[in-house]
Design a protein around this ligand. Sequence first.
Ligand code: ADE
Length: 228
Amino acid sequence: MEIDIFTLFPQAFAWFETQRHVANLIARGHRLGYVNYRDHTPLTAGQVDDTPFGGGAGMVLRVDVVESSLRARYGVDPVDLRSERRVLALTAGGRLLDDELVDELAGEPALTILSGRYEGFDERVLEHFAGDRVSIGRYVLAGGELAAMVLCDAVLRKLPGALGDERSVVEESFSKALRGAPEYPHYTRPAEYRGWRVPDVLLSGHHERVAQWRQAQSRSRERAGPLP
Ligand code: ADE
């Protein structure tokens, strides 16, 4: 997969690239690239944002700056780019990122992620350049960089070769294998700690019963709702 992240802070991703699953994929030929809007602004003094028409607090990322950044990277009109590759704009009001959307994105050969700052994007970026508007939750971040990392983390770990054991991504919370339900509880050694015992079935070595117990736990967690 090839992912291009448009951002004012490409340096924020240095740590992200050191994460094992991300580094594994880069070593296998997947690519993460960064475009700094500031390097492509047509305005003097590196300006990328402006005050909102109609007044109000904060600064808005300009549509002409986003356009020239996209043109510099792809050499086409960004309006047409959407039909060539998946262009996602990160914004608090977008489609909520969930396992279904993550699976969908993990099937794409290439992603373009537009990360905003300040009050966000000029609406024309969202309307004309972005194919999807994606939110990682109903709260507002100071910028899209953390949201971009969350999205990339969730998508990349689904790709073959990212994790040590491919089974990790099959039976996990909200996956198809668990019919969208939360994952069952996990335990490891010691089998008893401060009197808290691991359920006997997990120590039984009886694979069939372990599988049944896990499915039942997953279903009862779904009925109970989110963990308190
Ligand atoms: N930018 C600011 N807040 C955001 C959010 N919750 N999700 C995605 N991008 C954002």
